[in-house]
Design a binder for this molecule. Structure first.
Ligand SMILES: *Cc1c(COP(=O)(O)O)cnc(C)c1O
Length: 364
């Protein structure tokens, strides 16, 4: 049996009629940028997340970049990010001209460790970017209380956590700004690149709206230097259809994860605190002691896909070592050696789940 990591064709087929007609409607309409679908998806997303403002942008990466820009951060301003994430979390801070300060993660949840975070705060720290890695909310109580006591801004990287909850509040509406990605393999993916900014702050919303469209509020009048980063109408229409299913899809991912948690041997299963609702954008286990590559080769031979998110922590990437970063983040480095993501997506059959478990449990 072949079990892929994710099956976007199966997802398409499950809602084909609705998606086809949504796409056709945009094509018939002929309005492709900043049209009615964008207006509606922003309204619907704001409602879904319980926030005042949602602004569609070109990608999750752009969302992060625009968030840092909207906060006015630049030279000498420090932004603390976990060392273990997808590269865009740090890259966008550097690109915006601010200074990235890496902090290590908690070994159990793979998320930013509040104690390590606190140790990195200096007089120049201006913001923190917690990442809800794999779809599991970071320790927002601790992070927010540190941020409040030091007057720091919090940008949530929710690229993997659409629909995840921390104490019954959806990630993205907890800090000052939430950044979403609709990259195709995310739990709410479009058919190309797409992203979104969330905030309850009117001033920040206004700033981000300007920045995502050439610093312009009305045609050919530019009050700021911005960029071209809009969610296009086709993507907005697709996201609107999928938004109706995201809660059910997340529920299925959680159900799959529970099945793995209850049945997997030979792998260290994910740890999830009581007060969080994980969406398992990735179901990621640890395979310690340098045994991961052999384990993955075995899975591959049996037709079970797996992936490493991520093999090199950000502070060890050449892009940062070239910038003079020469630091050690032991937990991030260890996680990079050990993590292994297994197939988990809503369309997975019971037969597939059983097959993955049997395959892993018979590994020697
Ligand atoms: C995917 C991802 C991003 C970037 O999103 P894009 O839409 O691909 O630009 C940022 N941060 C994390 C944690 C991600 O997983």
């Amino acid at each position: 049996m072949q079990v892929p990591l994710i099956d976007l064709k199966a997802q398409y087929l499950s809602i084909k009629t609705e998606l086809d007609s949504a796409v056709q409607e945009v094509l018939r309409n002929g309005h492709f940028i900043l049209g009615p679908e964008t207006v509606k998806v922003e309204e619907e997303m704001a409602k879904f997340f319980g926030v005042k403002h949602a602004i569609g942008v070109n990608s999750g990466t752009d969302a992060l970049f625009l968030a840092v820009k909207a906060l006015g951060l630049g030279k000498d301003d420090e932004v603390i990010v976990p060392a273990f994430s997808f590269f865009a979390t740090a890259e966008t801070v550097t690109l915006a001209g601010a200074r990235v300060v890496f902090a290590d993660i908690r070994p159990d949840t793979f998320n930013l460790d509040p104690k390590q975070l606190e140790a990195k705060i200096t007089g120049n720290t201006k913001a923190i970017i917690p990442v809800h890695l794999y779809g599991q909310p970071a320790d927002m109580d601790e992070i927010l209380s540190l941020a409040r006591s030091k007057n720091l801004r919090v940008i949530e990287d929710c690229a993997q956590s659409i629909g995840a909850e921390y104490r019954n509040v959806k990630t993205g509406g907890i800090g000052d700004i939430g950044c979403l990605s609709f990259f195709p393999t995310k739990n709410l993916g479009c058919a190309g690149d797409g992203g979104m900014l969330l905030t309850n702050n009117d001033t920040l919303a206004e700033q981000m709206k300007l920045l995502h469209a050439h610093g312009s509020a009305s045609k050919y009048i530019h009050s700021l230097i911005g960029l071209n980063s809009r969610l296009d109408e086709l993507q907005a229409a697709i996201i609107r259809v999928k938004l109706k299913y995201i809660q059910a899809w997340n529920e299925k991912r959680r159900k799959n994860a529970k099945f793995y948690n209850n049945n997997l041997k030979n792998a260290a299963i994910p740890v999830t605190p009581e007060h969080v609702k994980h969406v398992y954008n990735q179901y990621t286990v640890r395979i310690p002691d340098g045994k991961r590559s052999k384990f993955q080769a075995y899975l591959k031979e049996k037709g079970v896909a797996s992936a490493v998110h991520y093999p090199i922590p950000m502070h060890k990437q050449k892009a940062y070592t070239d910038l003079g970063y020469n630091i050690s983040m032991p937990e991030s480095e260890k996680a990079a050696q050990e993590v292994c993501s297994l197939p988990n997506y809503p369309e997975m059959s019971e037969e597939m789940l059983n097959y993955v478990v049997e395959t892993i449990n018979s590994y020697k």
